[in-house]
Design a protein. Structure first.
Length: 361
């Protein structure tokens, strides 16, 4: 199954699932059951068009665009710190008429782009600390540091995971990663213990350890999510037949859309969705291995790792395997600008695939 087919399959299944999860809440809040899906469809169509256009553009142009993209990312990450708080954090820039945009979504791609660029340049020197660790840690410290200032721990975790996986695949010696990894862990621990920056994370950790401590309050969402998953059984209640979306799970179209999928499609449907994500990552790695150069290979690796890590963490949150960290499920969660950004990244992978085939002919 081709990468493009897998992307379109995930997109279609995601849109159907998101609509099923969202129409009750949309009608209750806006008086229109199609409020969320209509916006999502607009961004999905625009995203597919952008994806196909980008697929026909030589990905090597990103070498020249890297610095401008990096500067724009830093500006947006700085601007968002002055935005009004939404849900207790400053992560979104409000765009009148279009909704909101999370600069951290662009930050993920910027991390992939910059790491791919420098791995391609320093490929023969990646086993040295000077070239295989130092420049990457400087980039990571800047981007991840600004994201964590938004009180966006989950976004920071994803960016760090992308960075470390790309470095390992790129050739960095594992023992060198223990040093920055230890410094980063110590820094997070200090923020956790001695500042108020991660107070929200402390509470989430407490409620994760005991998800039934406050089922009428702070753990209500997690508790209802587990009920939804458990009631799905093997075959599910059927598409559209979820009970938990009837105002039990708050905003079920967002981070907890997978729990509605489990309830309606059952274990079989949930497994099918997971298999689609696994196949997408696998095809991304196949494209990377066939890439004519290291830059294209690392772009494909980084982007598919981003999708895989984010999907894994979202499912872990929904099943209460890890604390609730506010991670959306790629292709499924509501968020038009995030979906469009994701599809544009898929276009970059398709560009690598296309130019790989052109090299062979």
């Amino acid at each position: 199954m081709s990468f493009l087919v897998l992307v379109l399959l995930l997109l279609v299944v995601g849109l159907v699932t998101m609509f099923s999860a969202s129409y009750v809440n949309a009608y209750y809040v806006y008086g229109d059951s199609f409020e969320f899906i209509s916006k999502q469809l607009i961004f999905a169509v625009a995203g597919v068009v952008a994806m196909l256009v980008i697929a026909h553009i030589d990905y090597h142009i990103l070498h020249k665009l890297m610095i401008p993209i990096f500067v724009v990312t830093l500006i947006l990450l700085a601007v968002v710190l002055f935005m009004p708080e939404l849900n207790g954090a400053r992560r979104w820039i409000v765009i009148p008429g279009l909704g909101t945009f999370q600069p951290s979504e662009l930050a993920k791609f910027t991390t992939v782009l910059m790491f791919a660029h420098f791995i391609a340049i320093y490929y023969n020197k990646m086993k040295t600390f000077r070239y295989g660790v130092l420049p990457f840690m400087i980039i990571l410290a800047i981007i991840a540091g600004m994201v964590i200032l938004e009180k966006h721990l989950s976004g920071t975790i994803i960016i760090v995971a992308i960075a470390f996986i790309m470095m390992i695949i790129g050739g960095t010696k594992l023992r060198y990663l223990f040093i920055p990894g230890g410094i980063g862990a110590a820094g997070i621990t200090c923020l956790f213990l001695f500042t108020k920056l991660l107070d929200h994370a402390k509470l989430r950790l407490q409620y994760w350890l005991d998800p039934f401590a406050d089922i009428q309050g702070k753990t209500f969402q997690t508790y209802q999510s587990l009920l939804a998953i458990g009631s799905g059984g093997l075959m599910g209640a059927g598409l559209g037949n979820s009970k938990q979306k009837f105002l039990y799970i708050p905003e079920p179209q967002n981070d907890f859309v997978f729990s509605i999928a489990c309830e309606e499609l059952g274990f079989i449907g949930a497994t099918f969705i997971i298999i689609l994500f696994v196949l997408l990552v696998w095809r991304g790695f196949v494209i990377a291995m066939r890439s004519p150069d290291k830059f294209g290979a690392m772009l494909a690796v980084g982007i598919t790792v981003q999708v895989g890590v984010q999907a894994l963490l979202n499912i872990a949150v929904v099943t209460n395997t890890i604390p609730n960290t506010g991670i959306s499920l790629p292709f499924f969660s509501a968020g038009g600008s995030s979906l469009m950004m994701l599809l544009m990244e898929m276009g970059v992978v398709l560009s690598v695939s296309r130019y790989s085939m052109m090299e062979k002919t």
